[in-house]
Design a protein around this ligand. Structure first.
Ligand code: AMP
Ligand code: ZN
Length: 664
C-alpha cells in the first residue's frame, strides 16, 4: 500500500479510537495499542512531511506557542442567556412565549455546564477554528489549544453539513481538577480556585503542550447551520452526537413547564453526583420554526432561558480564625464555624485563603457569615451578613507572627500568601519536610509513617531528615506503639533508602517548586548535587522547563548554610547525591511511554531489579492493571484475578525472558 494511504488509514483509525475513548468512554483497544498506532503515525509523518495535516491525531499533543491570540468576528453572534430563579420566572416566560407563537410548545432541557463557551467551526468535516465567546461579537482564536482537547473531534463522521458552527462549553471535570491541585500542592504551589476559572484560563495558555496535559473536555449544545436537516433542538443534539461530538445524554425533551420544573428539581439534587459542575439548567423552545418566530432581544434569544441553581448556601457564626502552617511555611487562615449542615455534610471549617480575601470580605470573629459549597474542596465564606454585625467588632488584624514558632511572618511582593521564614526552627515545617522526605514517591521508607515522624520530632530525636540516618533501634523502641519488630523494620527501611536513586532524593529534599518532573530534569542535566548547588541562577534558568521561580528557589535552598550541613550529613551516611555511573551506562529510552505491571516471582532477576530496569529504560511501573497498562510482566504465581483483568482488557502478558529481550 502506498504511504499516503497508510497515513490516511492510521489517522482514521486513531480518530475512531480517540472517539471511543473520550466521547463514548468505551475504548476497544488498550492504551498501549493506541500508543503504538500513534507512534507509527508520528514516524510516518516525520518521514513524509509532504503529507502533514493540521487535523492529524498527532496534533493532539500540542506544541504550538501563541503569543497573541488573534481576534476574530463571529459569523453568528454569541448571545447570552436570560436568567430565571423561580417557578414564577419560568411561568412568566412561558406566558410571553405563548403570546408570540401559535400551537403547542415543547422544550429541550439541558444542563448548564459551568466552564468557558467556545464556538467551533467545521469545514468539510474537519475542525477549522475554535473561538472564545469574547464579547459575543468578537472572540479570540484559540484553535491550537482546543485541538489538544481529546473530546473535540478533529474529523467528523456521518452526514454533516459542508460548513457549520457548533457551540459548547470547555469544562474541567472535578476529578481532573482535584488531581491538578494535588500536583500543585505537592510542589508548594497555591491550588487553583475552581474548575471553571481553570478551564477558561487554560484556553489562554500560550503553550498548547501545556493545555494538552490538562484533562479538559468539551460538551456541545448548539449547532448553527443553514442546512441542518433537523427541525428541532433535540434532534439536532442527536445529530451532533452522530457526527462525533460529546453531547451529554442528560438532555431531555419535555412537553410543558411542569415537566421543565421536574427536570430542574431532579438535577438540583442529582448535580452533586455529576463528574463536572453545572450551575443550572438551560430550557430551549424545541421547534426551530418557533425559535425563529420568537427571535432575539438585544442580548439573548427569547426562545431560551437559563434557570440558575441557588448555590447551596447557609449562614452561620464565625467563632474564630486560626492559622495553619504548611510544609513550605505558607500560612493559611481557617475560619472555625459554628457547625452547620450544607449540601449533605456538616461544615465546621472554611478556608479563608489569605490576608487579601479576609480584607476584601471584611470578615471578623463574631460575624454571621454566608458559607457556600462550590467547586472548591473545602467550603468558602462568600460574604458577611452585615445586618448582624456586633456593634463593638473591629477589623481583623492579620497574624503578624507564626502561630507555631512566633517568628515574624513575611510576604513576598506579588504573592498572596504569608510565610513563616523560620525554615529550620518551625515545627510544622520541620515535620512536614521530613514527612515529605520519607513519602512513597520520595525516599519511600518502609516501616516509617507520618505519625512516627511527628513522634520522633516531638521526642527530640530528629530535627531534620538527615538525622533519620543515625537513629538507633534503642532510641526508637521507647516511642508510643513501637514494638521491637517495628523498630527494627524502621531502621532497616531507613538503611534501604540509601539505595534510592538521586532523582528521587532530590525530589525528597522538598525544595519549593521542585516536583518529581523538575527533579528529573535537573538530575538529567546536572548529574550530581554539587553541580546543581554551584550552578548560577542564569544557568538554572536555561535548563529545559526551569523558570525563574524554580531557579530562584533552588538558589535559595543551596545558599542556606543549614541545608549545606544537612546535605553533608546525607552524603556521609551514603545517601545518593549523584547519578550512578552504571545507571548512566544502562539508561535508554527503549521503553519510553510504556507502563508495566509486574506480578509474580521471577527466576533470573528480583522484582526490584526488574522494576529498576523498566525505569532505567524510560518505562513506568504501575501497581495495578488498567487500560493504561502496556504490558504485564508475569513470573510464576501471578494472581488469577490479575490474569483475568489483563485478559479482559486485552493487555499482553509477557514473561521475564520476553521482557529482557525487549532491552537487547
Ligand atoms: P451566561 O454566561 O450566564 O449568560 O450564560 C450563557 C452561557 O451558558 C452560554 O454562553 C454558554 O456558554 C453556557 N451554557 C452552558 N450550558 C449550556 C447549554 N446547555 N445551552 C446553552 N448555553 C449553555
Ligand atoms: Zn513558624
Amino acid at each position: 500500500m502506498n504511504i499516503q494511504k497508510t497515513i490516511a488509514q492510521l489517522r482514521d483509525e486513531l480518530h475512531q479510537h480517540n472517539y471511543n475513548y473520550y466521547v463514548l468512554d468505551a475504548p476497544t483497544i488498550s492504551d498501549f495499542e493506541f500508543d503504538q498506532l500513534l507512534d507509527k503515525l508520528q514516524r510516518l509523518e516525520k518521514e513524509h512531511p509532504e503529507f502533514s495535516d493540521d487535523n492529524s491525531p498527532t496534533q493532539r499533543v500540542g506544541g504550538a506557542v501563541t503569543k497573541n491570540f488573534e481576534t476574530v468576528t463571529h459569523k453568528n453572534r454569541m448571545y447570552s442567556l436570560s436568567n430565571s430563579y423561580s417557578k414564577e420566572d419560568l411561568l412568566d416566560w412561558e406566558g410571553r412565549i405563548k403570546k408570540l407563537v401559535d400551537g403547542e410548545v415543547h422544550y429541550t432541557c439541558e444542563l448548564k455546564y459551568d466552564g468557558a463557551s467556545i464556538n467551533l467551526t467545521y469545514k468539510d468535516g474537519f475542525l477549522h477554528s475554535a473561538v472564545t465567546r469574547g464579547d459575543g461579537e468578537k472572540g479570540d482564536d484559540v484553535t491550537a489549544n482546543v485541538k489538544t482537547i481529546k473530546s473535540v473531534p478533529l474529523k467528523l463522521s456521518g452526514d454533516f453539513p459542508k460548513e457549520f458552527e457548533i457551540r459548547g462549553e470547555i469544562i474541567l471535570p472535578i476529578d481532573g481538577f482535584n488531581k491538578m491541585n494535588e500536583e500543585r500542592l505537592e510542589i508548594g504551589e497555591e491550588p487553583y480556585r475552581n474548575p471553571r476559572n481553570t478551564a477558561s484560563g487554560s484556553l489562554k495558555l500560550q503553550d498548547s503542550a501545556e493545555v494538552a496535559k490538562r484533562p479538559l473536555e468539551c460538551l456541545l449544545y448548539s449547532i448553527k447551520s443553514d442546512n441542518l436537516n433537523a427541525d428541532n433542538q433535540f434532534e439536532s443534539l442527536q445529530k451532533a452526537r452522530n457526527w462525533g461530538f460529546k453531547v451529554p445524554n442528560e438532555a431531555k425533551l419535555v412537553r410543558n413547564i411542569d415537566e421543565v420544573l421536574s427536570y430542574i428539581a431532579f438535577w438540583d439534587k442529582q448535580r452533586h453526583y455529576l463528574p463536572y459542575e453545572i450551575d443550572g439548567v438551560v430550557v430551549k423552545v424545541n421547534s426551530f420554526t418557533q425559535q425563529d418566530e420568537l427571535g432575539f432581544t438585544a442580548k439573548s434569544p427569547r426562545w431560551a432561558m437559563a434557570y440558575k441553581f441557588k448555590s447551596e448556601q447557609v449562614s452561620t457564626l464565625l467563632n474564630a480564625i486560626t492559622y495553619q502552617v504548611g510544609r513550605t511555611g505558607a500560612i493559611t487562615p481557617v475560619a472555625n464555624l459554628e457547625p452547620v449542615e450544607l449540601a449533605g455534610t456538616i461544615v465546621k471549617r472554611a478556608s479563608l485563603h489569605n490576608a487579601d480575601i479576609i480584607e476584601k470580605l471584611d470578615v471578623r470573629v463574631g460575624d454571621s457569615v454566608f458559607v457556600e459549597k462550590g467547586g472548591e474542596i473545602i467550603p468558602k465564606i462568600i460574604a458577611v451578613d452585615f445586618t448582624k454585625r456586633l456593634p463593638n467588632s473591629s477589623p481583623t488584624q492579620y497574624l503578624t507572627h507564626c502561630p507555631e514558632c512566633d517568628t515574624r511572618l513575611v510576604r513576598v511582593e506579588g504573592e498572596a500568601q504569608h510565610y513563616c521564614p523560620n525554615y529550620n526552627g518551625c515545627k510544622p515545617q520541620i515535620i512536614g519536610r521530613i514527612q515529605h522526605f520519607i513519602s512513597r514517591k520520595a525516599m519511600d521508607i518502609d516501616g516509617l509513617g507520618a505519625e512516627t515522624v511527628t513522634l520522633l520530632v516531638n521526642a527530640g530525636l530528629i530535627s531534620n531528615y538527615s538525622d533519620l540516618f543515625d537513629l538507633t533501634k534503642e532510641q526508637v523502641i521507647p516511642l508510643e506503639r513501637m514494638a521491637d519488630k517495628s523498630a527494627e523494620n524502621l531502621i532497616n527501611g531507613i538503611e534501604a533508602s540509601k539505595s534510592i536513586p538521586f532523582e528521587r532524593v532530590l525530589f525528597a529534599l522538598g525544595i519549593r517548586y521542585v516536583g518529581e518532573t523538575v527533579a528529573k530534569k535537573l538530575v538529567k542535566h546536572y548529574k550530581n548535587i554539587d553541580a546543581i548547588a554551584q550552578s548560577s541562577y542564569e544557568e538554572l534558568k536555561n535548563v529545559d522547563e526551569i523558570g525563574e521561580k524554580i531557579a530562584e528557589s533552588v538558589k535559595v535552598f543551596f545558599e542556606s548554610e543549614e541545608n549545606q550541613n544537612i546535605l553533608r550529613r546525607l552524603r556521609s551516611f551514603g545517601v545518593k547525591l549523584e547519578i550512578d555511573e552504571s545507571e548512566l551506562v544502562n539508561q535508554t529510552e527503549k521503553l519510553k511511554g510504556k507502563t508495566f505491571v509486574v506480578s509474580g516471582v521471577f527466576e533470573n532477576i528480583s522484582r526490584n531489579e526488574l522494576k529498576k530496569l523498566i525505569e532505567d529504560n524510560g518505562g513506568k511501573v504501575a501497581s495495578s492493571i488498567s487500560s493504561k497498562t502496556s504490558y504485564v510482566v508475569a513470573g510464576s504465581d501471578m494472581g488469577p484475578s490479575k490474569r483475568t483483568k489483563a485478559e479482559s482488557l486485552n493487555i499482553p502478558i509477557i514473561s521475564e525472558i520476553d521482557f529482557l529481550n525487549k532491552l537487547v
